[in-house]
Design a protein around this ligand. Structure first.
Ligand code: NOJ
Length: 553
């Protein structure tokens, strides 16, 4: 089937289900809640939904540890509730994509339980290795979440590989039976009517033969031997050919550490196996590779990442645009300003929504939710945060400093319940919420913003509507006019005679902005702004975190 690439016209909304809306009062978000809010999502102008995992799971990694790939967790309402949501979304013209997490399963998955007992055909479903001489681990690799990447299994009397939590054993993708299972899972959801997949750490699925030691990396040791491993393209090609072909899908590969050149091997429209990639470079403007390696925020670094991906994919592949998801702290707290929460939230929206690609909005981003502040370490739920708190930061830092550090870097900072109203528990649940509600919910919530014409929520709606209306935003050429500025990000999009100019200030202090050559601001239409429209000499002096979007025809 010829791909229509329908995703190029859409804006996606990411739902992290346990914190979206609780429809049955048990304190955990669920599909009943999602069903109730389909109109809300549509009202934003979003016409696609990415669901973080909804499958049965022990919940060690909040659903990314799956124990059954072909069902929906009862906690979320089970399969019936999912069908209802899927139909409801489709009836509104919205597409739905699922998280496909096949680098690893939960250790409670039946496959793993049989594999550790050497029950065929599951014996080689995972990556098992005997103990080395003198009790040595099979190699020196690190896991991303919990120390070393190997765990001893008493029953099988071997080590298994886990690149993430101990309870997330890696599948052995070299085993053709495992690949059959993956294709079966994909077909199952496609046959049910879903429109594509966000493929979790998909660049990790093929490990280098012999699983050699890694002598180069000081942390995340081993990554060079499994990121973009030897057979990753072969396997993705197989999934495409045997499962995706015949369906007009949207597939997104999550790709830690990927640069555009490498990404093109996966997503070049002429021969790629995927449609777009989640790159992490736009998440590294205030840290070195991971959120815990903090650096001061640099607008220049952010723009470098934006430019790199806009320029390098142009005409060859399609970008996935985002500033938030469930794996990173809230963007206003990172790249904007909590003091100028609304202003900087609007500016940040403009900084990415008008680039070339498919934008994603993460639940709560549209109302400017900010990082939640824990009171004590045990407030954290996230396996990665807990580990960082206890091990990585433990040796050198006092408690309160570690807490502050986690507040800045933890994924839990962005996983608090969605703030629907000023009512109890932010209107998220009538029960006891599974996780802490951010204290600022009385001011920051959907209900309040629905009634406020200057709210961030209204601004997101307007911005997305503009994006949908103007072809120049979908197809126009991108140019960054101020790549060297540490405060302004000024980019344009051009399609024939039609032009869009986006001006964003990343700072509180006033900055002189002068329009780039070829843009006569007084002739343009000001489509969107977070302050006024004043001009002098084809420019203006910026207010804190000011943004403006001009359209020229
Ligand atoms: C990436 C997911 O986004 C993250 O939440 C998860 O913990 C890891 N992959 C492991 O599945």
């Amino acid at each position: 089937m010829e791909k229509t690439r329908w995703y190029k016209d859409r804006v996606f909304y990411q739902i992290w289900p346990r914190s979206f809306l609780d429809g049955d009062g048990d304190g955990v978000g669920d599909l009943l809640g999602v069903y109730e809010k389909l109109d809300y999502i549509q009202s934003l102008g979003c016409d696609g939904i990415w669901f973080s995992p909804l499958y049965p799971s022990p919940g060690v990694d909040c659903g990314y540890d799956i124990s059954d790939y072909m069902d929906i967790d009862a906690m979320y309402g089970g399969m019936e509730a999912f069908r209802k949501v899927l139909d409801g979304a489709h009836a509104r013209g919205m597409k739905v994509i699922m998280d496909l997490v096949v680098n690893h399963t939960s250790d409670e998955h039946e496959w793993f339980q049989k594999s550790r007992r050497r029950i065929e055909p599951y014996t080689d479903y995972y990556i098992w290795r005997p103990q080395g001489l003198g009790g040595k681990l099979p190699n020196n690799w690190d896991s991303m979440f919990e120390g070393k990447a190997w765990q001893w299994d008493e029953l099988r009397r071997e080590y298994y590989l886990h690149l993430f939590a101990v309870k997330q054993p890696d599948l052995n993708m070299d085993n053709p039976l495992v690949r059959q299972e993956v294709k079966r899972i994909m077909r199952f959801w496609l046959d049910l009517g879903v429109d594509g997949f966000r493929e979790d750490v998909i660049t990790f699925i093929s490990k280098r033969d012999g699983l050699p030691n890694d002598y180069f990396m000081p942390a995340s040791r081993g990554i060079a031997h499994y990121n973009h491993g030897p057979r990753v393209h072969q396997y993705l090609e197989e999934f495409k050919h045997d499962a995706l072909d015949g369906h007009d899908t949207f597939t997104i590969g999550e790709a830690p550490l990927v640069a555009p050149k490498k990404a093109l091997d996966y997503i070049d429209e002429r021969h790629g196996q995927l449609d777009t990639m989640i790159q992490f470079q736009c998440m590294n403007a205030d840290c070195f590779l991971i959120d815990y390696a903090a650096l001061p925020f640099s607008a220049r670094r952010l723009k470098r990442a934006f430019d790199l991906w806009q320029y390098k994919l142009d005409g060859k592949a399609w970008n996935m645009l985002y500033l938030e998801n469930h794996d990173h702290p809230r963007v206003i707290s990172r790249y904007g300003s909590e003091k100028y929460r609304v202003e900087s939230g609007k500016m940040l929206a403009c900084s990415y929504l008008f680039q070339k690609g498919t934008p994603f909005v993460y639940q709560g981003q549209e109302i400017g939710m900010t990082n939640w502040r824990p009171k004590k370490a045990s407030d954290y739920e996230d396996v990665q945060t807990r580990w960082h708190y206890e091990h990585m930061l433990a040796k050198v830092l006092p408690d309160d400093v570690r807490l502050k550090w986690c507040h800045r870097a933890s994924r839990d900072s962005a996983r608090t319940p969605m703030q629907w109203s000023a009512e109890k528990n932010a209107g998220f649940t009538t029960g006891t919420p599974w996780f802490h509600v951010n204290d600022n919910y009385r001011e920051v919530n959907v209900a309040a913003q629905e009634n406020d014409p200057n709210s961030l929520l209204r601004f997101y709606r307007d911005a997305i509507m503009i994006r949908k209306r103007l072809r120049v935003i979908r197809d126009g050429d991108y140019v960054d006019h101020t790549p060297l500025s540490g405060s302004l990000y000024v980019y344009s999009r051009t399609l024939g005679d039609e032009k869009l100019l986006v001006v964003c200030s990343f700072v509180e202090r006033p900055v002189h902005f002068r329009a780039p050559q070829g843009f006569e601001l007084s002739r343009g239409e000001l489509l969107l702004a977070n302050y006024g429209s004043g001009l002098s000499k084809n420019g203006f002096i910026t207010k804190p975190y000011e943004c403006r979007v001009y359209h020229f025809t």
